[in-house]
Every structure is written in structure tokens, then in C-alpha cells.
Design a protein around this ligand. Structure first.
Ligand code: CA
Length: 223
């Protein structure tokens, strides 16, 4: 899951980014409204956390522009306490939820999870490939009856594979969906993580599910 945070206050932005990364999300930052709009329109994010008061272009204008352009990425607005009007306009414009500053990180996280879950539920409640299952709501992964413990990053990577069974995923695609803009494509981090995942989901000698496509990337399929 890759999130975009549009927030000009550096301390708030890095606090959000750090916290979300610890939960396994890839996080991009935009420090003003124009950069925020440009990155939002890329369409690679699963959720946008959007501050309303921003330099160059305010959050409500960005939201308006996104919805006009039919970009349906869920948006969580950050507002200040006094500005009730902003919340009303924001929800009318197509925000999915809002959070009032200052907020506790746990509350932000709960709302992020709820929005992503709502989206996951709309897609499919339970992901399954062969006897491997992943429940986006509970974050429970099992192979047969064996439960598998994954790190946050492994979980994000496996979710991406399981949402795209049978489709060859290039390293670029994987980087775009599971890592952020700072990801260095010259490293072998993706291959390292794929190997961690393989070891865990094939720990009992089960049939291989993640296959290497030489020179291209990986595909999840049943042989
Ligand atoms: Ca601000």
C-alpha cells in the first residue's frame, strides 16, 4: 500500500511518514499544493492524506481538481479545529474522511486503516491463490491451516502479488506499488524481499507460488 501525504509543516509531515512506514506503508511526501496535485494525479497511491492549508494551492482546490478529473483515490483531509466549514465543503467535494489537528497518531492510523479496508472490502473480502489466503481486514495470512507471520513490508508485497494473480509484475511495478519515490531501482531490495516471502509461504515445502520471470520480474501463479 502506497500513500501520499500532502503537508507543508515539515514536522507534522515527517511524523506521519515515519509512523506509517513503521506500519509497512510506502509513503511519499509533497510539501506544497502544486507538488501535491502533480503527485496525486499519478494515480499510483492507495490513499491521499491532504492538508487543507497549503502554500501555492490549497487542499480543497486539489481535491476539487482530482474529483473533476475522475481520480477516485480515497482522500483523508487534515483540518484545523475551528474550520467546521472546511469539513463540510471537503466532504461535499468528495473527501472520504477528515481528521482535526492536532491528532494522535493512533487516530490517524485507525482512519487510514478504515479507509483502506473499505476499499479492500469493495474489491474482494478475502484474497486467495491456491491454498494461500490473505485477509486484508484482519491482516491474517495462512497457507492451508498454517498461519504465517509476516513483517509489514512483506505483507504489503504479498498483498500486491495476491491482487494480481497470473500477471507478470515487473520490478518497476512492484517498486511503484510497494515502495516510495525515494526507492533506488538499482538495489536488489525487491529480490531480497521476494525471497523472504518465498521462504515464509513455502516453509513447509508447499508448491511454489511466486515464480521468477527471467529479466522481467515475478508472477504469482499455480503451476
Ligand atoms: Ca498546512
Amino acid at each position: 500500500m502506497r500513500l501520499l501525504v500532502v503537508e507543508d509543516e515539515r514536522k507534522v509531515a515527517s511524523f506521519i511518514k515515519k509512523g506509517l512506514e513503521e506500519e509497512g506503508y510506502a509513503v511519499d511526501l509533497a510539501s506544497d499544493g502544486e507538488i501535491g496535485l502533480t503527485l496525486s494525479l499519478d494515480g499510483v497511491h492507495d490513499l491521499i492524506i491532504l492538508d487543507i492549508n497549503l502554500p501555492k494551492m490549497d487542499g480543497l482546490s486539489i481535491l476539487q481538481e482530482l474529483r473533476n478529473k475522475k481520480v477516485k483515490t480515497p482522500v483523508l483531509l487534515l483540518t484545523v479545529r475551528a474550520a467546521i466549514e472546511d469539513k463540510v465543503i471537503g466532504l461535499d467535494t468528495g473527501a472520504d474522511d477528515y481528521l482535526t489537528k492536532p491528532f494522535a497518531f493512533q487516530e490517524l492510523l485507525a482512519r487510514v486503516r478504515a479507509l483502506l479496508r473499505r476499499r479492500a472490502d469493495a474489491e474482494s473480502p478475502l484474497l486467495q491463490v491456491a491454498d494461500l489466503t490473505l485477509d486484508p481486514a484482519t491482516r491474517l495470512v495462512s497457507r492451508g491451516t498454517q498461519e504465517i507471520a509476516l513483517t509489514a513490508k512483506e505483507f504489503a508485497l504479498l498483498s500486491y502479488f495476491m491482487r494480481n494473480p497470473g500477471r507478470v509484475l515487473t520490478r518497476t511495478m512492484i517498486a511503484e506499488h510497494v515502495w516510495d519515490y525515494d526507492f533506488d531501482p538499482m538495489t536488489n531490495v525487491i529480490d531480497v524481499y521476494v525471497n523472504y516471502l518465498r521462504k515464509k509461504i513455502e516453509a513447509g515445502g508447499e508448491p511454489k507460488l511466486i515464480h521468477t520471470v527471467r529479466g522481467v520480474g515475478y508472477v504469482m501463479k499455480v503451476e
